[in-house]
Design a protein around this ligand. Structure first.
Ligand code: 3HC
Length: 690
């Protein structure tokens, strides 16, 4: 007996209960007593069957991720599973909540698995840059077949109890008191008598594998892995389960796990796992949160409509406000269409769509926002427009309602000052499409009340967003750093790089696409409008826009898009334009390396991140990583810009920034003092010492 593992008896059935809140991770202090309990029950003649269950909200959610990278303390999970598997009496895992990673592997060591109807089962190790290292890749295919196992392990997405039952992973699904059902199940099995076949000895599903079809699917998954090692290792390991003997495949899985756990990619992805949980933590977590039932959204365009859907999907009633009935109907029509697409894809039922749409109320009258607890303004990016809207909100919103703006750049302190209740005003910067993109920058203005902030942080989680609290500055965290990244794009073109060359340097780094392909996709006119509003110019992009080349939507931008295709094709006319503008400026084109492209785009981005930290706009370097991975496609295998800077070496970045600063005198290359301190101490913490 220990505090973490309990053994109780119900007649001749023993129940081993793991109790390690919050998620019953298999930490060393669980593994040791668990092993002891299993050995002792194995040898206890009065015990006819064993149920392995968990206390609290979930079955085991995996190995303890905080132990990775530290010396392994015995017993290992693999030894526990092997011990469990060798027990001659029936063993039954009783799964509620989630059985993930090492948790599912533990369950696979049992002869049988029963699950609560709401349980979810999966092997999400790939999301941590790993593969299941406790036999999951070798045992799961034996129950569900190799192709299904491949899909589950390479995607890392868990499946529900019913699907698991249909696939052969779970033997029975119950509602109600799961432990009682599991005990009855175990007793009944024991009464019928053995032998009980451990999963390792069940080969019938494996022998039916069509290896060519398996390889074709694995090759397709590998193609989508975009430089990540873990999905490839997962696929290789499942293949080993088909082609090698059990023990050989198990040993090969272990070797791959050991290699991955020490890799920079896995370190980066584990960093992100904790960073995403950390970013939602704000001081004063005990403040009483405000009650939010109805949300108002102002503006039914792309952004407003997406925001409204995000709240409706999270279960909230939504009042959608527009300036005219026509605009309102257009917006509601798009929402309807979006849900119809979900129905056609099978992710939403007709009935659920009907219910979802019933959560919306359309209006053209500000007075209809009076019963809203939170109102999100998603109108034009124009200070005068926003101030006018907030003035009206001040007049109609109920006391204590939270008033949020979805601005991407504007000064929220100034917007707040246009109301008589600045304590209720903050920024909710969604990313487009807002019903899909995970990131939400929550902007704390000078006077935002702590309870208003805590309320929206909590709310973000309820609507499935990854929230990061940031301070007020032009562009907040993400767009401000994006501007620093883009500052040199045009100069690189004029000095001799082509759009394709720059984009390729980005995709080789791991980004899903480069800045010019991205610009063409989003529409070059957006940046053009913003530049004009701020009196800025970008000679190549401006000229393209003047010629009506806005990107994909017009078939021409930095690339050509032929016959409505989305594939960018290099455009000799664009290259001629770049050449012409360079000549006008007296620039002689030269060869530009991929390395230089990274130095002049990514290094200023990191430098800007350091300035943002210094100014307290972001609370932690890891928050910046969360913004970039979830909002801008920074490669997950590199952990975000600030984490990557640590891996890559801050001193090296400084040296090159200084080089470019000396050469160009540009402010984006001026090294932030915090970056220098990072190079000395190895930490982004302002007070860190070497
Ligand atoms: N190890 C250590 N800590 C863990 C953990 C784990 N496996 N899983 C969750 N935690 C911690 C979180 O960091 C968080 O800590 P905090 O409160 O201090 O921030 C706390 O537990 C609660 O986690 P969540 O906030 O994520 O709680 P939710 O209820 O939202 O989600 C969950 C629960 C779905 C279980 C989610 O935590 C999760 O997905 N966990 C990770 C599952 C996973 O990746 N398992 C595989 C691990 S690797 C492995 O098993 C290797 C093996 O093959 C050898």
């Amino acid at each position: 007996m220990s505090n973490f593992v309990n053994v109780t008896h119900d007649g001749d059935v023993a129940i081993v209960t793991i109790d390690n809140p919050p998620v019953n991770a298999l930490s060393f202090h669980v593994r040791e007593p668990l092993m002891q309990a299993l050995v002792s029950l194995r040898d206890d003649a009065s015990v006819a069957a064993i149920v392995v269950a968990c206390a609290g909200r979930t079955f085991v959610a995996g190995a303890d991720i905080t132990e990775f990278g530290k010396p392994m303390q015995q017993p290992e999970l693999r030894a526990i599973v092997a011990t469990l598997e060798a027990i001659a009496k029936p063993t039954v895992a009783a799964i509620h909540g989630t059985a993930l990673g090492g948790g599912l592997e533990l369950a696979l060591g049992c002869h049988f698995r029963v699950a609560d109807a709401g349980a979810r089962l999966g092997l999400p190790e790939v999301k941590l840059g790993l593969l299941p290292g406790g036999g999951g890749t070798v045992r799961l295919p034996r129950l569900v077949g190799a192709v299904k196992a491949l899909r589950m392990i390479v995607s890392g997405v868990p499946i529900g109890a019913d699907e698991a039952h249909a696939a052969g992973l779970v033997d029975a699904v119950f509602k109600g008191d799961l432990t009682a059902h599991a005990v009855n199940f175990a007793r009944e099995i024991a009464r019928k008598g053995g032998p009980y076949t451990p999963v390792r000895d069940r080969d019938d599903r494996l022998v039916e594998t069509d290896l060519a079809a398996f390889d074709a699917e694995a090759a397709e998954l590998a193609r989508k892995a975009r430089g990540l090692e873990a999905p490839i290792a997962c696929a290789q390991s499942v293949r080993n389960a088909i082609t090698l003997h059990f023990d050989e495949a198990l040993a090969a899985e272990r070797a791959l796990f050991v290699k991955l756990v020490a890799s920079d990619q896995s370190r980066a992805q584990r960093h992100l796992f904790f960073a995403e949980r950390e970013s939602a933590k704000i001081p004063g977590k005990d403040v009483v949160k405000r009650r939010i039932a109805r949300v108002g959204v102002i503006g039914a365009g792309t952004m407003g409509g997406g925001i409204a859907m995000a709240f409706a999907n999270g279960g909230f009633s939504v009042t959608l406000l527009e300036t005219s009935d026509e605009a309102l109907q257009r917006g509601l029509g798009i929402i309807d269409k979006n849900y119809a697409v979900s129905v056609s894809r099978g992710s939403l039922t007709e009935e659920a769509k009907r219910q979802r749409l019933a959560q919306f109320k359309g209006s053209t009258d500000f007075a209809d926002l009076a019963d809203c607890d939170l109102i999100v303004e998603a109108a034009f990016e124009d200070m005068a427009v926003k101030k006018e809207i907030f003035g009206k909100l001040d007049a109609v919103a109920k006391p204590g309602a939270i008033l949020a703006t979805n601005t991407s750049y504007l000064d929220i302190d100034e917007i707040a000052a246009s109301t008589s209740r600045p304590q209720d005003v903050l920024g909710l910067h969604f990313f487009s499409p807002a019903n899909v993109m995970k990131l939400l920058e929550i902007v704390r203005a000078d006077k935002t009340a702590p309870d208003a902030l805590a309320t929206v942080v909590d709310l973000a989680r309820r609507i499935g967003k990854v929230a990061v609290v940031v301070g007020v500055c032009h562009g907040f965290v993400g767009n401000r750093m994006l501007a620093a990244r883009g500052a040199e794009s045009e100069a690189l073109l004029l000095e001799g790089a082509t759009p394709r060359q720059i984009d390729r340097a980005f995709t080789d780094f791991g980004w899903p696409m480069g800045p010019f392909q991205m610009g063409d996709l989003a529409g070059l006119d957006i940046g053009w409008r913003n530049r004009k509003a701020r009196g800025q110019t970008a000679v190549i992009a401006d000229t393209l826009c003047e010629q009506g080349c806005f990107g994909q939507k017009t078939g021409r931008g930095f690339y050509r898009y032929e016959n409505g295709s989305r594939t960018p094709v290099p455009d000799p006319q664009v290259e001629a334009l770049i050449h012409e503008k360079a000549t006008e400026k007296g620039i002689v084109p030269r060869a530009i390396s991929a390395e230089e492209i990274i130095e002049r785009t990514l290094y200023p981005l990191i430098n800007e991140g350091a300035k943002i930290l210094e100014e307290g706009i972001a609370a932690r370097a890891s928050d910046i990583d969360v913004v970039w991975v979830n909002g801008y496609g920074f490669p997950v295998g590199k952990g975000g810009p600030m984490f990557w800077a640590g891996l890559h070496g801050a001193a090296r970045i400084i040296e090159r920034l200084e080089h470019w600063h000396q050469r160009t005198g540009k402010q984006v290359f001026q090294v932030a003092p915090l970056l220098r301190r990072m190079a000395e101490t190895g930490s982004w913490e302002a007070g860190a010492t070497a």
